[in-house]
Design a protein around this ligand. Structure first.
Ligand code: SAH
Length: 241
């Protein structure tokens, strides 16, 4: 009998923000494939079954994506219950959608277990709501992997420069100088507040605030590193140290 794969979101960090359902399916697993993003506390709590670190962290690919997919297929075809544990929610920039498709194409049952996404929870835990009736009634989540100055982009950067809503950028640390410059050059107010939350909900969490105009210099001086969430918008004014 073919096994099945649970694609599980671990939440933004720490056991407290992992769902009950995630915990339950982890306890059913014969094999767990995990990234580093779930964080030390969660990884240390995993049961004593076969565990494979398939982490890709800060650009260093421990295992290529298709290797990860092949491992899941191999274990499921051998009848095992597989948990693929990912940070946050599997379907927000987690490649969960791609993994689901490939597993389906191979005739493997896939069960999704949503997680709390860092895109909402990390700002939330430092007191920044991604929407607020006085400040923003729309929010856009985007990957900062895309270079806004590139001819071809899957992101409508010009549109973003004109939006009143909140921008929540994941994976944006490296391109922050380009992104902030592009947004200002395309009409966004340079005074728009920005917050960067590094390692949200971890013991060494750090917040850097500024404006669109000065944030990339501040980030450079402070040596801001991934993983971090960047929030651009008036909601950032609610942040208190
Ligand atoms: N699926 C995940 C996101 C995966 S993309 C989710 O829903 O949260 C990886 C990016 O998520 C990181 O580069 C960073 O931008 C963000 N991220 C995830 N966890 C984070 C945390 N605890 N603190 C800050 N950023 C985090």
């Amino acid at each position: 009998m073919t096994g099945k794969v649970y694609l599980v979101g671990s939440g933004p960090g720490g056991l407290g923000l992992m769902t009950f359902r995630a915990r339950e399916v982890i306890d059913l697993a014969d094999v767990i494939l995990y990234d580093q993003l779930p964080g030390d506390e969660i990884i240390a709590s995993l049961p004593d079954v076969e565990k494979i670190d398939v982490g890709k962290y800060g650009g260093s690919h421990t295992k290529e994506q298709n290797e990860i997919e092949n491992l899941m297929i191999k274990f499921a075809k051998a009848g095992k219950t597989v948990v693929r544990l990912k940070g946050g929610d599997p379907f927000l920039f987690g490649r969960g959608g791609e993994e689901m498709e490939i597993l389906r194409d191979n005739g493997i049952e896939v069960v999704m277990v949503p997680g709390i996404t860092s895109g909402i929870a990390v700002p939330e835990c430092v007191g920044i709501p991604v929407t607020h009736r006085d400040f923003a009634s729309q929010v856009t989540f985007l990957t900062g992997h895309e270079d806004p100055t590139k001819e071809e982009s899957a992101i409508d950067w010009k549109w973003l420069a004109g939006t009143k809503g909140t921008l929540v950028i994941l994976m944006g640390v490296k391109n922050l100088p380009k992104i902030s410059r592009f947004l200002v050059e395309n009409g966004m107010n340079g005074d728009r507040p920005v917050a960067i939350i590094e390692r949200g909900l971890r013991p060494d969490q750090r917040v850097t605030t500024g404006t669109l105009e000065d944030i990339s210099e501040k980030a450079r001086v402070r040596g801001v590193k991934p993983p971090a969430i960047i929030v651009i918008g008036d909601v950032v004014s609610l942040y208190r140290e």
